[in-house]
Design a protein around this ligand. Structure first.
Ligand SMILES: Cc1cc2nc3c(=O)[nH]c(=O)nc-3n(C[C@H](O)[C@H](O)[C@H](O)COP(=O)(O)O)c2cc1C
Length: 310
């Protein structure tokens, strides 16, 4: 069983922070399908301290999705600590600090994966946050800057000493972005380097691959990102059903949650993107995906997904 501080999770499988995807409806869905907990999209520390409406909207949560972690990104220790306090006041169970995002608009300001190249700044950020917030603070890192500067084990040890309650390792380097393969050995090395829980991450596409990662690396939990898109069944041993009707039912359940919690008619493009992922790669589904993409409104998307139509 995965434990982080006083929290115990029913499953060691965790939904990754996914900008544009891991919002309240998708987190609720993944929890219903068995995720131990879910992590929000990355949320800007500046957006929080300036109380920007779009940023505050990302903190929407309900009791049913708990335990939940909100993820914070930024590079200024004072602003990060102020933002962490604001974030904590919205009632999550944990805060996660993003020290792994390779996207240029994040790293050019010294945040995300750039913090792995500046351990002192990373330490200052974490220390400041831990001194201001009493929730467990987890940190998501990568293997290192590039293949010549793998520093995840030493970096993780520094984070543990600075008060982190768990570490997630996406076992790619910053310079790899999302290309190439993960190096599972990095996860084993981090696990050996610290005594707090370690969550392995990268390229897990099924429950069985998740179990393999647990066994091969000794990690305590497994975080799943892209493998969960259009596939919340990844959190269940039986995996994605074969029957198209069951897949449609899953997509329908997701859509119902989107409608309940988001201004659905305003986000038609986002809905189409999520919905079409359920059918990606399924034989004979190209007409259905095409119909979803060309649907003029939400009612039409829903019509495509009516189970009785199959
Ligand atoms: C569309 C997308 C959005 C992402 N957004 C975030 C994010 O907000 N914060 C973060 O730490 N990582 C983010 N990531 C990285 C994932 O959390 C994860 O580390 C990475 O995708 C590797 O795991 P996977 O192979 O299971 O997808 C994102 C990845 C993708 C594909």
């Amino acid at each position: 069983m995965l434990h982080i501080n006083h929290l115990s999770f029913a499953s060691p499988f965790v939904l990754a922070p996914l900008a544009g995807y891991s919002d309240l409806p998708f987190r609720l869905l993944c929890r219903q399908f068995g995720a131990g907990y879910c992590v929000s999209e990355m949320i800007s520390c500046h957006g929080l301290v300036y109380q920007q409406e779009n940023t505050l909207r990302m903190l929407a949560s309900i009791a049913k999705e708990r335990p939940v972690a909100f993820q914070l990104f930024g590079a200024d220790p004072e602003v990060m600590a102020d933002a962490a306090e604001i974030m904590a006041s919205f009632g999550p169970d944990m805060l996660d600090i993003n020290m792994g995002c390779p996207v240029r608009k994040v790293t050019k300001r010294g945040a995300g994966a750039a913090l792995m190249a500046d351990p002192r700044l990373a330490e200052a950020i974490l220390t400041r946050i831990v001194s201001r917030v009493s929730l467990p603070i987890t940190v998501k890192i990568r293997a290192g800057k590039d293949s010549h500067s793998i520093n995840a084990p030493a970096f993780a040890r520094m984070l543990e000493e600075s008060g982190a309650s768990a570490i997630t390792v996406h076992a790619r380097t910053w310079s790899q972005g999302f290309s190439g393969h993960i190096d599972k050995d990095i996860i084993s090395q981090v696990k050996k380097a610290v005594s707090i829980p370690v969550i392995g991450n990268g390229d897990v596409l099924s429950y069985q691959e998740g179990r393999q990662m647990l066994e091969q690396t000794g990690c305590d939990g497994v975080m799943i990102g892209r493998g969960a898109l259009g596939n919340p069944w990844v959190f269940q041993q039986a995996g994605r059903p074969d029957a198209l009707g069951e897949i449609v039912a899953g997509a329908h359940a997701h859509l119902a949650l989107i409608e309940q919690f988001l201004p659905a008619e305003k986000i038609l493009g986002y809905i189409k993107n999520h919905m079409s992922r359920y059918f990606k790669g399924l034989p004979g589904s190209s007409a259905l995906r095409q119909a979803i993409f060309t649907a003029p409104n939400l009612a039409s998307v829903k019509q495509q997904l009516e189970p009785v139509r199959l």
